[in-house]
Design a binder for this molecule. Structure first.
Ligand SMILES: Cc1cc2nc3c(=O)[nH]c(=O)nc-3n(C[C@H](O)[C@H](O)[C@H](O)COP(=O)(O)O)c2cc1C
Length: 353
């Protein structure tokens, strides 16, 4: 099996096993509307076997970073439809990564009538960028009331419905990097005493209810799950990530999801790829600093079904062709990762141009 061979992942038919990893690029408007440069950017990368979109907020409360997109208004859905159409016209597949940031937010980056919420009222240590006031501390979150959790889950369901109606081929739950689902899962951010906190069964309840809600729209075969056990990003800590993810993945494997997307983390306490293989076998997408050769070996050995590449796609829109033909990869400019407009975004040409 080669990284260039086709792959069926649940309902998703991929023409090759090179996946574009989700990357927040802050090219939406201040109020979360996708822009024209995003149409160009995603179209240019449609030769990936699958594009996983940047994190998309299911609600205004779920937005935290400057100029990140949402999918909770009719205008946003229409704007995403242009993007999915451009990808499909160029033979690609694209899923929407649904990302609710929870406590990883600053009020300056979101609407005045929105709130920063989390399982418990524990502020994350650290700062985040805002356009108006530069670096700012994370908000002090408000702990969700028990009866509000169903509403947040409904936001995910609605986001999945809106994504499919906008032409996305599926949805991926962002369940790592310190955002809301990870805040529920981990002991450091979840001090609840109701049935969403405490033991692992309770801490994982939110994630399952969200996955089930997302799957209720177009079937589990259109839903992927992204994890990175023991990821400390955004001040995340879990006392026993092995236990947490053993339970999570064992139960999640019964849902018959499209795929599991695993970020490896060699210095962590869990062998993330091994635990993914154990529960998701042939439906595993691996990620994080894979070289082309390493990806080829992992796919040929059946260790991974596919490999996702993030940073390599930034300056190499035609990454698949470059890998296939052994062409040089272009390095990206870190200064323009999150700046508005086409520069450092949709202006990277394909090789030979
Ligand atoms: C600019 C940038 C933005 C990112 N945004 C997201 C995101 O929105 N959602 C997500 O799950 N991961 C995000 N990531 C992580 C990437 O998906 C990926 O895990 C990481 O880049 C490692 O893969 P690589 O070594 O192939 O680049 C981001 C990474 C970068 C470089």
């Amino acid at each position: 099996m080669s990284i260039f061979s086709p792959l069926q992942l649940g309902a998703l038919a991929l023409s090759n096993r090179i996946v574009m990893a989700p990357m927040t690029r802050s090219r939406a408007t201040a109020d979360g509307l996708p822009t024209e440069v995003m149409v160009d950017y995603y179209r240019q990368r449609a030769t990936a076997g699958l594009i996983i979109s940047e994190g998309i907020a299911p609600s205004e409360n779920g937005r935290g970073y400057a100029r990140t997109p949402g999918i909770y208004s009719g205008k946003q859905i229409k704007a995403w439809a242009k993007i999915t159409q451009a990808v499909h016209e160029n033979g690609g597949r694209i899923v929407a990564q649904i990302m609710h940031v929870g406590r990883i937010a600053n009020a300056v980056n979101k609407a005045l009538d929105s709130e920063t919420v989390s399982p418990s009222a524990i502020r994350a240590r650290g700062k985040m960028y805002t356009d108006v006031q530069g670096m700012q501390p994370f908000d002090e979150p408000r702990a969700l009331e028990h009866n509000e959790i169903a509403q947040v889950i409904a936001e995910y369901r609605n986001a999945a419905e809106s994504a499919l109606s906008a032409g996305f081929d599926g949805v991926e739950l962002h369940c790592t990097s310190g955002y809301l689902p990870a805040q529920f899962l981990c002991t450091g951010t979840n001090k609840r005493t109701d049935n969403y906190g405490g033991n692992v069964v309770n801490r994982a309840r939110f994630v399952f209810e969200v996955l089930e809600a997302m799957a209720s729209v177009g079937g589990a075969q259109r839903v992927g799950l992204r994890i990175c056990p023991d990821n400390p990003f955004n001040d995340l800590h879990d006392d026993d990530p092995q236990q947490t993810f053993d339970y999570l993945l064992q139960e999640a494997s019964a849902l018959d999801l499209s795929y599991l997307h695993v970020i490896r983390f060699p210095t962590g306490r869990v062998d993330n790829i091994a635990i993914g293989q154990r529960y998701f076998g042939g439906r595993l997408i691996g990620n994080e600093s894979y070289s082309f050769d390493e990806a080829e070996v992992a796919v040929a050995a059946g260790e991974l079904a596919a490999v996702s590449f993030g940073r390599d796609f930034i300056a190499n829109p035609d990454l698949v062709e470059r890998l296939q033909c052994g062409k040089e990869l272009t390095a990206f400019d870190p200064q323009t990762l999150y700046t508005p407009g086409a520069e450092g975004y949709s202006r990277y040409p394909p090789a030979g141009v």
